[in-house]
Design a binder for this molecule. Structure first.
Ligand SMILES: Nc1nc2c(ncn2[C@@H]2O[C@H](COP(=O)(O)OP(=O)(O)OP(=O)(O)O)[C@@H](O)[C@H]2O)c(=O)[nH]1
Length: 639
């Protein structure tokens, strides 16, 4: 028992686990269908945002590099112009060089390290605006001096950044050659400028920490960079300058790369200044691009996550509800099947009427009870009612209607249905109940049963017959006679017509019994009944009311006197000999007749009058018909 319970519990939890697994799988499948397109769309939107942010950054660095190039071009131009002007002055009045340089410095800006130096034709320092003690130093090994000693032509040279041996500061040398009156090389004039001067541009605009500007010389030497980079690595370093200053290539462009200086990935815009063999660059970090759309991306992702959770949650609840519903429907169907089965098992047929659809379904047992052929399908209530015995149809319809409108709690009806092949009709007990109404009260569904009650009805009819008939002759007994007399009197009063009661008793019946036996007496009684019936019409009633006493009810006589003739007929019929069991029997009868309304008007009086007339006939010598003489009076009433 315990083991069976444990097994049952185990099976039930396995069933529940299966249900959960099923929901999980269905949910996963649903999410697999819904979420990828949703996230695809989100991804697409985020990509669109990123592309827009990147495009914005590109156009920003593009604009910046343009402005930066303008500024660098102007700065270098100014320095060169200053250098050329200084050289001209130098050739005119060398003595005041210091004063001129000071004024120039003031003009260019105090923050800028701007020094001027002059060498002779052999590269020895002959003048320095800062360090007079260095005069005489040999600078011929310096690139910016050597380049003019070696090459012809009055051209500006821009050096790589040089870290001052004494000052410890970076400087870029701008140099031009000096010439004597006769045009021969006479030395070099050098203007030293701090690299920061060229890239101060970035400090004027607030682009964030990751932005950078740089100035690069042909060949990739980084002349200046802002910010200078970790440990000033950005100045004096080199970069891959393959892109820049190509005669056949474009003068400006964009690229993306990880900086050699600080390792930050940036989008760079570059622009050549071919006149000075320089290239300027501006860059913004890829991270800053991301920052542009990060907030929106976050909002998108959060919305996506929220929507996914919502979809998953709603899907789960929907599936759960669907499962519960399916379970409820299953349970309902199961319980319906169970009660139908139970009813069928009890021998009843089941019917189910869907009033909304107007359809009826019946069970196999119903089909048997209604004696339907296989191809007969009463699919509607009308078709089902067509099977009802015509005499009972109105009662059936009215009982059904009463239940549908709510007058009766159940529908209950005993009625007949047509039967096959002229057999007596089948009696059924039809029970039903409305099980569903619409909100407005409209009947929607009714279920019910049919029980075959033909046998019971037959038994009841037999009992009823026995209660109202004489078992020996089959004639109505006194009870039935009384009923019929009552009905006949009502009708006679209503229609104002006469009726008659003939009361007769056999004469000398006792000797028949005594002589020929009781059985012969019985058969004689049967024969009497038969003979009297032969004297009457179908609407007349002959009843046996005692041993050898009979009453005939003539409910419709033309006149009260007609009754006597019928009484005479009966007497004549009974006077004829009876041949029974090989014997010839002669009997007679004493017959009394009372009529309505002449003799009496109520049932009991009429019976008494007829009875009394019969006794009068007996007293008068038997074997005769005696009409009741005169109206019953109070005096004669008690017998
Ligand atoms: N065989 C038979 N006899 C019955 C039945 N019922 C009553 N009897 C008999 O019928 C007889 C009727 O008696 P009565 O009417 O008094 O006698 P009667 O000989 O007819 O006399 P009168 O009526 O005075 O002529 C009795 O002997 C009863 O036993 C029956 O069902 N079968």
């Amino acid at each position: 028992m315990m083991a069976a319970t444990r097994l049952g519990t185990g099976l039930y939890s396995a069933y529940l686990a299966y249900g959960r697994l099923r929901i999980g799988l269905q949910l996963a499948l649903g999410l697999l269908l819904v979420l990828p397109p949703m996230w695809g769309l989100l991804g697409f939107e985020i990509m669109r945002l990123r592309a827009a942010a990147e495009q914005e950054t590109k156009s920003e660095v593009g604009n910046l590099v343009h402005a930066f190039a303008e500024e660098v071009g102007a700065t270098v131009g100014t320095i060169d112009l200053s250098l050329v002007g200084l050289r001209d002055r130098l050739q005119q009045q060398r003595a005041d060089l210091g004063g001129i340089i000071r004024r120039l410095q003031q003009h260019i800006g105090e923050t800028v390290l701007f020094q001027v130096a002059i060498t002779d034709a052999r590269g020895r320092l002959v003048y320095s605006s800062v360090d007079t003690s260095a005069v005489g130093m040999d600078l011929s090994d310096r690139e910016h001096i050597r380049v003019h000693m070696e090459r012809q032509g009055d051209r500006l040279f821009i050096s790589k950044p040089i870290l001052g041996r004494v000052s410890g500061q970076w400087s870029i040398q701008f140099t031009r050659p000096l010439y004597r009156q006769d045009g021969t090389f006479d030395g070099v004039i050098v203007a030293s400028v701090a690299p920061a001067y060229f890239v101060r541009f970035l400090d004027k605009i607030n682009l964030g920490e990751d932005a950078t500007v740089a100035l690069v010389r042909q060949g990739g030497d980084i002349l200046a960079r802002n910010p200078a980079g970790p440990d000033g690595k950005g100045i004096g370093g080199r970069m891959d300058a393959g892109l820049f200053l190509r005669p056949e290539g474009p003068a400006a462009g964009l690229y993306r790369r990880v900086s050699e200086v600080d390792g930050i990935e940036r989008i760079y815009a570059w622009r050549d200044l071919p006149r000075y063999q320089l290239t300027v660059l501006t860059g913004r970090s890829v991270e800053s691009v991301r920052a542009r759309y990060a907030a929106q991306q976050r909002a998108f992702l959060l919305a996506g996550l929220g929507a996914s959770l919502l979809v998953a949650g709603a899907g789960y609840l929907l599936l759960l509800a669907a499962r519960h519903r399916a379970r409820a429907v299953d349970a309902l169907a199961e319980s319906e099947a169970r009660w139908k089965f139970a009813l069928e098992g009890s021998g009843d047929g089941v019917w189910d009427w869907n009033l909304a659809r107007g359809s009826v379904t019946i069970s196999e047992r119903t089909r048997q009870i209604l004696q339907l052929e296989q191809n007969e399908v009463p699919g509607t209530m009308e078709a089902l009612q067509d099977l009802v015995y015509p005499d009972d149809l109105n009662a059936v319809r009215s009982a059904l209607q009463k239940h549908l409108v709510g007058e009766t709690p159940t529908y209950l009806m005993e009625h007949r249905v047509r039967s096959l092949g002229g057999k007596p009709p089948v009696w059924i007990l039809s029970r039903g109940m409305l099980v569903k109404r619409s909100r407005s009260g409209k009947p929607l569904r009714m279920v019910g049963t049919f029980s075959d009650i033909t046998d019971r009805k037959r038994r009841e009819a037999q009992i009823e017959h026995m209660a109202r008939h004489d078992p020996l002759t089959g004639l109505p007994n006194r009870a039935l006679l009384n009923d019929r007399l009552q009905q006949a009197l009502l009708r006679a009063r209503r229609e104002n017509t006469p009726l008659a009661l003939i009361y007769f008793d056999l004469d000398k019946f006792k000797p028949v019994n005594d002589t020929w036996g009781h059985a012969t007496g019985d058969r004689l009684l049967e024969a009497v009944a038969e003979r009297v019936r032969g004297c009457l019409r179908g609407s007349d009633t002959v009843a046996r009311v005692g041993g050898d006493e009979f009453v005939v009810l003539l409910p419709a006589i033309g006149a009260e006197d007609d009754a006597q003739a019928i009484g005479e007929n009966i007497l004549a019929a009974l006077n004829r000999p009876f041949e029974l069991d090989g014997h010839v029997l002669n009997i007679s009868a004493s017959i009394g007749i009372a009529t309505y309304p002449g003799d009496a008007t109520d049932q009991a009086s009429l019976m008494r009058c007829a009875d009394r007339a019969m006794y009068q006939a007996k007293d008068a010598g038997r074997g005769r018909v005696q009409m009741h003489l005169g109206r019953e009076t109070e005096a004669v009433r008690p017998r």
